[in-house]
Design a protein around this ligand. Sequence first.
Ligand code: COS
Length: 387
Amino acid sequence: MASAFDSQSFQALLDTVERYVKNRLMPLEELVEEKNAVPEDIVAEMREMGLFGLGIPQEYEGLELDIEQEMQVQMLFSQTSQAFRLVFWPNVGIGSKGIVLAGTPEQKQRYLPKLASGEYRAAFCLTEPEAGSDAASLKTTAVRDGDHYVLNGTKRFITNALHADIFTVMARTDKSKPGADGISAFIVERSTPGLHIGKQEKKMGQRGSAICDVILENVRVPADAIIGGAQNEGKGFRIAMQVLDSGRASVAASAVGLARRIIDEAARYALQRKQFGQPIANFQLIQAMLADSEAEYLAGLALALRAGQALQQGEDARTLAASAKYFCSEMVGRVADRAVQIFGGSGYVAEYPVERLYRDARAMRIYEGTSQVLQLVIAKTMLKRYE
Ligand code: COS
């Protein structure tokens, strides 16, 4: 999908986002942490700015940014608490990409304009209590009953479940096929009887963004709720994996954005904090930590954008997306750790943002594919080249 924005108007959008993040969102970080919620007026402003529809085609009332542009916007939003980005990003990313990629014209017409405006919010339901990294072993069932399917099962750690109006639910339509081939992807509307949301989990970081179970008890959906229609029965795992390719590139972009913020905090602190009669930035051991972080940030930035480019060009981007997500999420972990070290005791107390940013960064090595699963994805495709 080509971008609807020329470089000048896209730069204007980036400038607006940068100002919004710095002037409006950053001052609210402590409030979001304390209340564990993003204020409703911010959600309304995000709707107003068109953020929910960043990547959705203009035909369906979105802004139709291309993937690299989406990633640049995401990098800016990731410089503040992740909770802000997580208000609208599920609509831009994993909540809508399946419909954009594989939906029928009717599904696109029915859902994409509402997702683009933010009237509807979206969630992606793959993980289950017994199926995390081994996603293809999922147990949620969808049993055909006339013109309907009846869904039963529990989905776990679902971002945005609290607010979502539609859920992309991966469920097994063919029990005789225990792996990927028996899985289909459904669009389930929140109002469907039998769909319940579990309690909000207490998390280590990324406060302000809720994750909950989604419980499906005899949830009846029309047969045409399968993404792409009946012809896509059994193709849900592949759709989920394709969605996750762009999701992983997008987590890489978030990690890069967050690393930028953390490095900025650490460098400013190093210049103003005095020990042994001078700013600690004068000491070479501090400089080494800052330099390692800056160099790794630059490497992550280049790799994330390369993955975005491959996705944009429609290449099979699974290795690049996995590499970018793996490298960038590990990178921001190291950057955050060094920043706490540079702040010393002050980095361990909540008075400075690095303590919170360190906790925010930790989730990135886990969601949308753990580092270890991504290593397997990279090795698998890589080894094929040598067979
Ligand atoms: N794009 C398109 N198709 C893909 C794909 C992708 N990125 N990745 C896999 N597939 C296809 C495979 O090609 C295979 O189809 P064929 O048999 O026709 O070749 C099918 O899907 C099954 O793939 P595979 O054999 O690799 O499945 P595995 O069960 O071995 O699982 C892993 C692969 C472990 C990589 C997968 O389960 C995974 O990514 N797990 C992590 C899940 C995750 O990220 N969860 C986070 C929560 S979601 S926010």
